[in-house]
Design a protein around this ligand. Structure first.
Ligand SMILES: C[S@@+](CC[C@H](N)C(=O)[O-])C[C@H]1O[C@@H](n2cnc3c(N)ncnc32)[C@H](O)[C@@H]1O
Ligand SMILES: [Zn+2]
Length: 291
């Protein structure tokens, strides 16, 4: 067997580890995994497998899940397309490694993420969505037997798959957090870092939390930009003078309410920093979690 064929077989056998929980992002129908594509037995959609990566991202925002006039609204549609190119993905991932301030905030981020994951015990399978180029994967991997890495952007996923090699098995794919191609409660937990603050409408932020909690059996760890953070307060004070666009924020109470509407409790919401960052981590634990 030549090298290309053996790589293809290895990749499709990796995907088959999640065959039982994978569903169509359009109709939630059952999928049939073939060597080069995935076929939906419900609606007939076909999803290519390129370079071992199933392309299951369903693009689009509120117009794809609600019947109201979402199309005319501001949305994160342009952001969904930002990292399709691997060069842009590479710039994003290198910036985190090179810039001193980002390196310092990343160290703090690692310790918060590890503490929250440790509090939930070891997992069978965790979803990292959006995974970007796998910046946080080495922190998540020790807490699970299998790590599913997904992002809407092909560039990010290919960058991560090419540059990251961990002891924990990983499965890479494209997927939208608004249409996660997995059954309800497929994962022990889901980690969703640095997406919420790119979503400009409450409708998108609510959809995100609903989808994350739908596919998670036990917990969700998600970052959001805190409306009441010092960073955001200073930005609001300066806004009449510098006219900078407002940040896309949530309050802790809004996160708590969204968690509760989707069968979970907000257990912790540690801030990444007091002054230099407005990001917070939210740990939402499902009401039926028996840990
Ligand atoms: C700032 S990066 C964060 C990546 C990673 N979690 C991290 O902390 O480094 C945000 C990522 O969200 C992805 N993205 C944007 N919209 C998305 C959506 N609707 N569903 C899934 N991923 C999305 C982008 O492609 C980008 O890689
Ligand atoms: Zn379908």
């Amino acid at each position: 067997m030549d090298k290309q064929n053996s790589e293809r077989n290895r990749d499709s056998s990796a995907i088959s580890r999640v065959a039982d929980i994978l569903v169509c992002p359009k109709c939630s129908g059952q999928l049939k995994i073939k060597p080069d594509e995935i076929l939906c037995l419900g609606c007939g959609s076909k999803y290519p497998i390129r370079g071992g990566v199933p392309l299951l991202a369903r693009l689009g925002t509120s117009d794809t899940w609600s019947t109201d006039n979402g199309k005319s609204e501001i949305s994160s549609k342009a952001y969904q397309e930002q990292y399709h190119d691997i060069v842009q993905a590479e710039d994003y991932n290198k910036a985190y490694k090179q810039k001193l301030f980002k390196r310092m905030s990343t160290a703090r981020e690692y310790s918060i993420l590890q503490r929250l994951l440790r509090s939930q015990g070891h997992c069978g399978v965790i979803l990292d969505l959006p995974c970007g180029g796998g910046r946080l994967s080495p922190q998540i991997a020790p807490f699970t037997d299998l790590l599913v890495e997904a992002d809407i952007a092909e560039g990010q996923v290919f960058y991560g798959k090419r540059n990251l090699s961990l002891n924990t098995p990983q499965i890479w794919m494209t997927a939208s957090a608004f249409h996660i191609p997995f059954r309800n409660e497929s994962f022990d937990g889901t980690v969703c870092c640095r997406l919420c603050h790119h979503l400009p409408t409450a409708k998108e932020r609510q959809r995100l939390i609903k989808e994350l909690l739908r596919v998670s059996k036990r917990f969700v760890i998600m970052t959001f930009f805190d409306y009441n953070s010092m960073k955001n307060m200073l930005r609001r004070i300066r806004q009449p003078f510098d006219h900078k666009a407002p940040k896309m924020t949530m309050t802790i109470n809004e996160v708590r309410r969204q968690a509760s509407e989707n069968g979970a409790k907000l257990i912790a919401s540690p801030a990444l920093a007091f002054i230099s960052s407005g990001h917070r981590y939210a740990l939402m634990v499902k009401d039926n979690n028996r840990l």
